[in-house]
Design a protein around this ligand. Structure first.
Ligand SMILES: Nc1nc2c(ncn2[C@@H]2O[C@H](COP(=O)(O)OP(=O)(O)OP(=O)(O)O)[C@@H](O)[C@H]2O)c(=O)[nH]1
Ligand SMILES: [Mg+2]
Length: 419
């Protein structure tokens, strides 16, 4: 499984937000600590973890949620957005056009395997790829690439003694539109490797130079990517072995702050275990929802259920009223909740304030602004709201005092009926 610990940690945290009661400083800090644990365990650089934590705290504790979202929904969305942002800002793409691709990287990073994966990827998309075996260091390297080639039905050029000769011969002979060049690895990016890769680059004139990085090096991916870029020049990254390490989150986060983009990820040993990298889709899949909307729907439903339960238990402060305003369209209306109260259902709707059942949307919005401008104390105990507070709330929310009064009146009527 790809990043399963990271994914389940993230999922658990999101579930916790869905289940939160009040979203205050303590609650936000608890959630932030939770997500920090998941990130650190995945070897995400502490600076990035800190930055993400600050962003979440600032947004949730200091900003107002955008129109249409409750604070809880905004919390969920913010966490999701921050994680997407952490794992990569943009989609990596390879164009479906004739091109030459050079794969480089240290020993055992997955170059040769990725060669085959990319060849198959292009083949499936209707292009004709071939591979070139430019690794003359490891005795069995050519053989390995040829075996992969046979398996996926892609030709391998290997004629020549040196990497340079092999590349030249292939360039002369090949008719295929996509050429993917495998190269030799080293323990480290020393001058020998840098020179060999630069020479190969001069001969091949590749459209893409992709650095293959194994995810198990975690946050060290950033340094490696930047070093290769400085010494050899790369156009993108392929992060491999995401299926087999707990450090994958750290590797992706580190790659995304390097100067290069992750274009593909390797998620297994087989030739088709490769994916174009799309951070948003990747995170959505990690948390098991088609997209963020599915998750928000769930939060809405959970919020409505929770509010209904509280109201049934006799708790009806401005907080419940607010939640209810948010889910009014989704739940139908308050009268539905009242229908759930045993023995109170019939005829109750008739006793509601005449205009309540069809509170118009813009009024709902205004009422939300009004409640937003109340202090926590006022929300818990609206009885304390008298003239001077009404003035302040109206000013703070950009509404009229009449709006505040109408809201208070409606709230009191409902509360009286419930209790
Ligand atoms: N689980 C998993 N294994 C992978 C992945 N990519 C490569 N491997 C494995 O990693 C090992 C090394 O892969 P190679 O493709 O030979 O690596 P290389 O960079 O060509 O190695 P050298 O040529 O020796 O430098 C092999 O056993 C591969 O099967 C991946 O995405 N997931
Ligand atoms: Mg190899």
């Amino acid at each position: 499984m790809v990043l399963d610990k990271f994914g389940s940690g993230l999922k658990d945290t999101l579930k916790k937000i869905v289940g939160l009661g009040v979203i205050d400083k303590e609650a936000v800090e608890g959630i932030v600590r939770d997500i920090q644990r998941t990130l650190i365990q995945s070897d995400v650089d502490v600076h990035l973890v800190f930055e993400l934590s600050q962003n979440i705290k600032n947004k949730i504790l200091k900003e107002k949620p955008p129109a249409g979202l409750t604070l809880k929904e905004y919390f969920i969305k913010t966490l999701y957005d921050e994680i997407v942002n952490l794992l990569g800002r943009e989609k990596g793409k390879l164009e479906l056009k004739p091109q030459k691709i050079l794969l480089i990287g240290l020993f055992g990073s997955g170059k040769t395997t990725t060669c085959g994966k990319l060849a198959l990827w292009f083949k499936k998309r209707g292009l004709s790829p071939a591979m070139v075996a430019c690794d003359t260091h490891r005795p069995a390297a050519k053989e390995q690439l040829k075996q992969i080639g046979e398996k996926i039905g892609v030709y391998v050029y290997d004629e020549g003694k040196t990497p340079e000769d092999i590349a030249k011969n292939a360039l002369k002979k090949a008719k295929e539109s996509i050429l993917i060049f495998d190269s030799a690895g080293r323990d480290a990016l020393d001058s020998e490797l840098a020179n060999e890769l630069k020479n190969l680059g001069k001969i091949i004139q590749p459209d893409e130079v992709l650095l293959v990085i194994p995810a198990d090096i975690g946050q060290a991916a950033r340094k490696q990517a930047d070093e290769f870029d400085r010494l050899v020049g790369i156009t993108g990254l392929v992060v491999t072995k995401l299926d087999g390490t707990a450090k994958g989150g750290g590797a992706l986060a580190a790659s995304s702050v390097s100067g290069s983009k992750v274009k593909f990820i390797g998620v297994g040993e087989r030739p088709d275990d490769i994916e174009e990298y799309d951070p948003q889709r990747f995170v959505s899949r990690l948390i098991g929802y088609g997209d963020i909307h599915g998750l928000l729907e769930k939060a809405k439903e959970a919020g409505a259920e929770k509010t209904a339960k509280k109201i049934l238990e006799g708790e009806f402060t401005m907080n419940e009223f607010y939640e209810q305003l948010g889910s009014l369209q989704k739940m139908g209306s308050l009268s539905k909740i009242m229908d759930m109260i045993p023995g109170m259902s019939s005829g109750l709707a008739k006793k509601l304030p005449a205009n309540f059942l069809d509170v118009q949307e813009d009024k709902m919005k205004r009422w939300k602004y009004v409640i937003d401008s109340m202090t926590p104390e006022e929300r818990e105990n609206p009885d304390i709201i008298k003239q001077s507070r009404i003035e302040r709330i109206a000013r703070g929310s950009g509404t009229k005092q009449a709006d505040v009064r109408e809201l208070l009146k409606t709230y009191k009527q409902i509360k009286k009926m419930i209790s």
